[in-house]
Design a protein around this ligand. Sequence first.
Ligand code: GDP
Ligand code: MG
Length: 363
Amino acid sequence: MKCGIVGLPNVGKSTLFNCLSNAKAQSANYPFCTIEPNIGTVSVPDQRLFELEKLVNPERVLPAVVEIVDIAGLVRGASKGEGLGNQFLANIRECEAIIHVLRCFEDGNIIHVEGSVDPLRDKEIIDIELQLKDIETLEKAVDKAKKFIKSGKKDDVLLYETLLNLKTFVEEGRNAREFDADDNQIPLIENVQLLTVKPILYVCNVDENSIKNGNEWIAKIEEMAAKENAEVVVLAAQIEADINELDTFEERQMFLEELGLTEPGVNRLITKAYDLLKLQTYFTAGVKEVRAWTIGKGWTAPQAAGVIHTDFEKGFIRAEVIKYADFVALGSEAKVKEAGKLSVEGKEYIVQDGDMMNFRFNV
Ligand SMILES: Nc1nc2c(ncn2[C@@H]2O[C@H](COP(=O)(O)OP(=O)(O)O)[C@@H](O)[C@H]2O)c(=O)[nH]1
Ligand SMILES: [Mg+2]
């Protein structure tokens, strides 16, 4: 599961990516600095791991991770191939969710491809390019679906009508994620692999002053995002990148506090990206290792077991489940058992975020 960072050139995508990832992407004051997509793996901050570590005292702690891709800047005409547009759009297609970075900082030394700072206009430019690509995709899909409606089969007609309505919707300048689809239509739409259907969150990349005092664009972007039911994260990528360079945790913390922050803005971003990807965490806790495992929301116990090892899924017998809150309140597995709070669950069990799992299996 990957989250792609998208936006115009020089809005701070690579700077943000550097903050997020240990892999250092190129970052320069030049519109096409990132030619190949950069992929980084980011640990998901989770306070619960600290609590578990204290109680279990394991040899090591492994957090959940999420993959982030730094996609090169899109420009006007990308859908027609401008500025390597087609390649970059293909990179977006490979991601399951989008982080759209909007430049809300003024800096005369950093070229803006549109000549001025206006994040709402920038957002429109990117939207239009993605929509144009989707219209192209939908045109092909509609043509194909049309060939089958002669049969008169209900499914074929539904597919054709759904795609046609969706195409009209996107042609009106809307993003496919806002299309009102019913349960029968959702899988049909997923099949066509559109760009504007992917879940999105917006990042306002602001300067130091705006972190403390806000700025004229933030409220406007929040209003726009509220209409789309999307989340907004406000952060100052450049300063966070600078803070990242500091050697000690204490130094970094001190500078963050000067900005009025208790943790890096990117932590909020990672948590939200994880959510956007519809991911959740379950834990395994033993003396060797306390570990957060990533699964989808709504996954069953055998599916969850499968991320540890496919044998766990194939040979699944049952799962012993402890709620994180019970474990922390009671302090140990033995105490949880004593209190009758360990439950034994079968194949149908839907794993909940924060469950502590122990799988019984047979191979
Ligand atoms: N003043 C200021 N400069 C920034 C900020 N974020 C990024 N930059 C600078 O803008 C330039 C382009 O940033 P980069 O991350 O490469 O942009 P990208 O093209 O979107 O990947 C670099 O020189 C960065 O140092 C910011 O929040 N404030
Ligand atoms: Mg870049």
